[in-house]
Design a protein around this ligand. Structure first.
Ligand code: OAD
Length: 248
């Protein structure tokens, strides 16, 4: 692993434009459970029953009780971990430009990154299903489920549910920064959910190096990634930054 950490530091120091794609694994060390694998949310729930737009429209109380309420409580307390801070440091050093994240937790922005594409929207804001008035999630009262707008419409997070379109601007810009980068860091994603998982393929097709950081192998590991640094995101990022600082 030491050799791969050194290699990643070298690749990052030589790159002209770096993009990162992040997934739930990057926030595990902040106490937010992933979706798949051991301890994952989809071990407990069927995503089609709790995270599909049709399930929400059919029974918003159930989806709020099973999913959104817990998510709000976990996210209200979550803080960026070493891997979020490492990506913020890479931006500060002028190495990383844009993060495409599938996460809805806002931790990259909290760590200090300024160009974050929220591919699956976010949990920071709620929108009234009737009048579209917006509320900060922090401020809504979840003693009453589902929470409601002043017009009595039901609130929903501005996160993308299964069965919904990816916001057009996020999709368009993600393709752009995937095409334009010469290194893509892919951190903590199983690369199962499309179209997010296409971004490393777009990057690879246009000549970028793809570096994966994940304790497990993924669908990208054999054919798309140049190499996998097999470890947890916080530890690996700390070691890459330490090596990178020696090179600058
Ligand atoms: P997943 O839960 O599918 O995958 C999490 C990945 O993180 C796995 O590959 C783990 O091996 C890895 N992992 C776990 N702990 C880690 C750690 N400490 N450091 C680094 N990696 C670690 O999450 P995503 O790929 O983000 O979409 O899932 C994609 C989408 O599926 C989500 O955005 C969500 C979900 O259903 C929607 O809800 C629309």
């Amino acid at each position: 692993m030491d050799e791969l950490i050194k290699q990643a530091a070298r690749d990052l120091s030589e790159a002209k434009m770096v993009t990162a794609l992040t997934g739930a694994g990057i926030s595990v060390e902040s106490g937010i459970p992933p979706f798949r694998g051991k301890g994952g949310l989809w071990e407990k729930y069927d995503p089609m029953e709790v995270a599909h737009i049709d399930a929400f429209l059919q029974d918003p109380t159930k989806v709020w009780n099973l999913l959104f309420k817990d998510m709000k409580e976990v996210l209200d307390k979550a803080e960026p971990n070493d891997s979020h801070k490492g990506l913020a440091k890479l931006e500060e050093l002028g190495i990383l430009k844009t993060i495409i994240t599938q996460n809805v937790d806002g931790l990259h922005q909290m760590a200090g990154n300024t160009d974050v594409i929220e591919f699956h929207g976010n949990m920071a804001w709620q929108k009234c299903m009737d009048c579209h008035k917006r509320y900060e999630t922090h401020d809504i009262d979840i003693n009453r489920i589902p929470p409601r707008c002043s017009c009595d419409g039901i609130l929903r997070p501005e996160a993308v549910l299964f069965g919904e379109m990816i916001p057009q601007a996020a999709l368009w810009r993600s393709r752009q920064v995937a095409q334009d980068c010469d290194v893509m860091l892919v951190i903590g994603t199983s690369a199962i959910v499309q179209p997010a998982a296409l971004m490393p393929i777009v990057a690879k097709d246009t000549g970028a190096k793809v570096i994966e950081i994940n304790p497990e192998r993924t669908l990208l590991t054999d054919d798309i990634s140049d190499y996998l640094i097999s470890g947890t995101a916080g530890d690996v990022m700390n070691r890459i930054i330490a090596d990178l600082e020696k090179l600058l």
